[in-house]
Design a protein around this ligand. Sequence first.
Ligand code: F6P
Length: 337
Amino acid sequence: MTGGGDCPGLNAVIRAVTKTATRSFGDEVVGFMEGWQGVIERNFIDLTNYDTSGLIDQGGTILGTSRSSPGLYDGGLEKAKNSIEEMGLHALVVIGGDGTLRAAHELETLGGNVVGIPKTIDNDIAGTEYTFGFNTAVQIATDLIDRLRTTAESHNRVMVVEVMGRHVGHVATHAGIAGGAEVILIPEQPFDIEEVCERLRRRHATGRYSSIIVAAEGALPREGSVEFGEPERDMWGNVKIGGIGDLIGKSVEQHTGFESRVTVLGHVQRGGTPTAYDRVLCTRYGVAAVEAIHDREFGTMVALTGDTIARVRLNEVIDHEKPVSQRLYDVASHFFA
Ligand code: F6P
């Protein structure tokens, strides 16, 4: 099953799991539709070697996904466990981010055989160096920053680029470094808008009249620096983040008089074909998950550790944060205005 927000590489993982399981181990594979909802409602399709051919470069997920979780259903975890047992499944591969993996852990404590695969463009899952989808999102954001740079220069403008990342700023930091951003704002490093403006004034005083500010959608102004209204929520009750780019753009224009434009990259960061790096990572994760099942190492998540794919316990992953390291942010800040 694939749960939570989608990201490039989901289909590559589905392909790798299915082909490894069927071809190398002689297993049968089914795919639950639309995340936990499909597990609970037993909505599934058969997955074969043939069905999953040609998927390695396809964005999205052929299984669909949703932000549903067992906790949102009456007796949801029990129902999920019953689905697995009554359908005669030996294991459930849970491809998801923090929320999806938390539910996998809860299912495991009830006796469900689960193995997790870390997915999210946010790269905010502890225990692994990289989640799949992150590399592609960074590449997409970097390509777009490069394009914004040339139009910023033509018009002597400040371009504010809002990227995804509600609790952590991995995409903002990596794409910001790669795109040569003058300012990078992330949730881990609350910012003062006047300090940001002062940096831009200093840069513009040296004869450079355009700048790029990359802001994670969850970037936090220091208290009193910029005011937010009440957040909206989606149909599952999750807070809808966004809007910080607009606030920054308006404030920069008001404080400095520099003409500013705001681009919210949004879901384009999650769409389309995965990079070669992600395709390889997805393939390695898929193979490793099937191997973990055959070694009966349930309750684990496959994880990138240096050059190897390791197995980490799910309870060492969930509720553990993975912020952008101070070391990496310091590297980025050498290049700030
Ligand atoms: O969790 C991944 C993510 O892409 C976040 O970066 C972003 O805040 C969120 O999903 C957006 O969620 P949705 O697709 O539900 O709007």
